[in-house]
Design a protein around this ligand. Structure first.
Ligand code: MUC
Ligand code: MG
Length: 372
């Protein structure tokens, strides 16, 4: 029997990070997640998460706006609705609410979890079926200190947890950033793939200089060197260098991927559930990327375990993630609000295979970290 959506609760959850995490636009010491709990009229519950980086530093939605907008505008559209078609529920929301992609992604995640539990199948099955059971996962070095980053990377390589690394740069002068990256690459050698994320901090001429030096230093990939919507610059840079470019902030959804490909961009695309409005739309972006000959990467907005789990379910349905993924968000946090943490080993993470997301809330931990 089809169930109906009976209740939607949202809460802000703050968990400190294991060390400061420095990006070009902010430094994080704590991560705030908006946790969503949707209950149906048969007593089942679906979990969702909407998470961004650094309040309003990264994008136009803050944790507080995500919570307020779900409570005030999105949740009332779902209460009382039958659960049989998630796409018709998405359509219902999209007809009344523009933007707010992270809020939409949080709700879509909870609906998928609820539907998966109802049908007794994992979320990956609802998204077409898992092709992979283990997803490669890199680690981000972002302490801001070269020696600390080298020590952190060497320990992670030795433990077998990660062999690929992304370095956050862009807040310092390009020469200092390149020296920092080159020192890390030289210390790790060929045992590691080293990539950088500039988070839009360079203009095109600085990017031309920086990318030439990074290519020389043996860096494998440069992520979003120039401002998000400067699609022409990204396309020109991708044609100028052999070192590939990964588009991140510049491509939120399938239509952005089309626009970038149309301009001659020949790099790769970072898929993220948060910027697309949910895993279903992130997979639409993947389809347009593949049709345009662009390679894929599973991205994160540093979500905790719920947002990370649903992303892993989505990426498991893709034939090929050319650059692996960065689904390490839970490992950056000092603690977790779920009972069985995601399993990280062999330079990757396992795809959960229990019904729904395959994860269970730890109520005591949730009560501890929930914002009062
Ligand atoms: C980004 O822009 O890629 C992903 C990993 C990380 O450390 O920051 C994010 C955001
Ligand atoms: Mg990025």
């Amino acid at each position: 029997m089809t169930s109906k959506i009976a209740h939607i609760e949202t809460m802000l959850v703050d968990i400190p990070t294991i060390r400061p995490h420095k990006l070009s636009m902010t430094s994080m010491a704590v991560q705030t997640m908006v946790i969503v709990r949707i209950k149906d009229d048969q007593g089942r519950e679906g979990l969702g998460e909407g998470t961004t980086i650094g309040g309003l530093a990264y994008g136009p939605e803050s944790p507080e706006s995500i919570k307020t907008n779900i409570d005030t505008y999105l949740a009332p559209l779902l209460i009382g609705q039958p659960l049989h078609s998630i796409k018709s529920l998405i359509q219902r929301i999209n007809m009344s609410v523009r933007g707010n992609m992270i809020a939409k992604s949080a709700l879509q995640t909870a609906l998928l979890d609820l539907q998966g539990k109802h049908l007794n199948v994992p979320v990956s099955t609802l998204l077409g079926g898992a092709i992979h059971q283990h997803i490669p996962c890199l680690w981000v070095l972002a302490s801001g200190d070269t020696d600390k980053d080298i020590a952190e990377a060497k320990a992670l390589i030795a433990s077998g947890r990660h062999c690929d690394f992304k370095l956050k740069i862009g807040s310092r002068h390009v020469n200092d950033d390149v020296a920092h990256v080159a020192a890390i690459k030289a210390a790790l050698g060929n045992s590691a793939s080293v990539r950088v994320d500039v988070n839009q901090a360079w203009d095109e001429s600085t990017a031309t200089k920086g990318m030439a030096a990074l290519q020389e230093a043996g860096v494998d990939l440069v992520e979003q060197p120039t401002p998000a919507k400067d699609w022409d610059a990204l396309a020109r840079l991708s044609q100028k260098f052999n070192i590939p470019i990964l588009a991140d902030e510049g491509v939120a959804d399938a239509s952005d991927v089309y626009q970038l490909a149309h301009r001659g961009f020949n790099g790769s695309i970072a898929l993220k559930i948060a910027k697309s409005g949910g895993p279903i739309e992130a997979l639409y972006a993947a389809t347009v990327s593949s049709a345009s000959g662009l390679e894929l990467y599973g991205g994160t907005l540093l979500e905790g375990s719920i947002g990370t789990a649903v992303s892993i379910h989505a990426w498991s349905t893709l034939p090929k993630l050319h650059w692996g993924s960065e689904m390490f968000g839970p490992l950056l946090l000092q603690d977790d609000i779920i009972k069985q943490p995601l399993r990280y080993h062999n330079n990757g993470v396992d795809v959960p295979d229990l019904p729904g997301l395959g994860i269970e809330i730890d109520e005591e931990k949730l009560a501890l970290y929930r914002r009062k």
